[in-house]
Design a binder for this molecule. Structure first.
Ligand SMILES: [Zn+2]
Length: 248
C-alpha cells in the first residue's frame, strides 16, 4: 500500500483513532494522506455548547492531522443528522477527484451510530461517482437535483480508486471481520500517540471511554495475530479471495 490515502470519517476523530496509526505509518514511508470528516462531531460533549465544541473539534482535528503530517478537511453537515444522499456523495466525489487517492479508508457498514453507517455508504457511492463519466451538459438526476455540486465534480477528470478498506472501530463491530493487517512501526505508533492526545474525547474527557488505551491494546492484539509487534486491522472491500494475514 502506498501513494495517496484518503480516510473518510463521520466525525472529527473517528479516522484519527482507527486509521490514524496507519496514516502516520504511510506518511513516514512517503505517502500523502488526507483525513475528511463529514461532520465536526459537535454534539459529542456532555457539558460544552455545540458551537464551542464544534470550534474545539475543528482545532483538535487540525492539530492531529498536522502532527502526523496529513491534510485535513471537514464538511459542515450536522452531527447526528448526516444524510446518505447524492449531494453529500457529490461533495466527497469532488474531494476524491482532487486528491486522487489510491486507497480509501472509511467506517465499517454496521455501527451503533447511524452517521457512521451513512459514511460507509457515502464513501462507496462517492468512489463510484468519482470514476463515472460526468459532463456539465449531462442531465442525469443528480445534475438536476444538485446542479452546483455536479458541475463542480464535472470540472475535474475522472478518478478510479483501487483499494477500499473499512477500519476497525469499537462502535462499528457488528459483523466486522478483519481481512488485512497492516504493521505499525514504533515510530508511527508514538507519532500517533502524541497526535491523538490533542483530542479531548480520546483522552476520556467527554464520556470517559478510554479510547487511547483501547486502540493501543487493540494494536497489540492484532499484532499478535498478524505476527507483528503492533498492527491495525481492516476489512477489504470487496473481500479478497485470499484472506491470509498479510502485510502491505
Ligand atoms: Zn463517530
Amino acid at each position: 500500500m502506498s501513494g495517496n490515502v484518503l480516510a473518510i470519517g463521520a466525525h472529527i476523530g473517528d479516522m484519527d483513532l482507527t486509521a490514524g496509526p496507519t496514516l502516520a505509518k504511510l506518511v513516514l514511508e512517503g505517502a500523502s494522506a488526507t483525513i475528511v470528516a463529514l461532520t465536526p462531531g459537535e454534539r459529542g460533549h456532555p457539558r460544552m455548547t455545540v458551537p464551542a465544541y464544534k470550534k474545539q473539534k475543528i482545532a483538535e482535528g487540525t492539530a492531529f492531522a498536522e502532527a502526523i503530517g496529513a491534510d485535513f478537511q471537514v464538511l459542515d453537515h450536522s452531527d447526528g443528522f448526516l444524510p446518505d444522499t447524492d449531494d453529500v456523495a457529490l461533495q466527497l466525489a469532488r474531494i476524491i477527484r482532487e486528491k486522487k487517492p489510491d486507497t480509501i479508508i472509511t467506517h465499517w457498514k454496521h455501527s451503533i451510530h447511524r452517521d457512521h453507517e451513512h459514511t460507509a455508504v457515502l464513501a462507496e457511492r462517492a468512489r463510484f461517482l468519482a470514476g463515472l463519466p460526468i459532463e456539465s451538459d449531462d442531465d442525469f438526476p443528480a445534475m438536476t437535483a444538485y446542479p452546483e455540486l455536479a458541475e463542480k465534480l464535472a470540472e475535474l477528470p475522472r478518478h478510479g480508486v483501487r483499494t477500499f478498506m473499512h477500519a476497525e472501530n469499537w462502535e462499528d463491530m457488528e459483523g466486522f471481520v478483519p481481512t488485512r493487517y497492516i504493521p505499525i512501526s514504533d515510530e508511527a505508533f508514538y507519532r500517533w500517540v502524541s497526535a491523538i492526545r490533542h483530542q479531548a474525547f480520546a483522552r476520556g474527557e467527554t464520556y470517559g471511554f478510554r479510547y487511547i488505551d483501547y486502540y493501543t491494546a487493540l494494536m497489540t492484539t492484532r499484532g499478535c495475530l498478524a505476527s507483528y509487534p503492533r498492527a491495525c486491522a481492516f476489512h477489504l472491500n470487496p473481500t479478497p479471495e485470499v484472506t491470509k494475514l498479510a502485510g502491505p
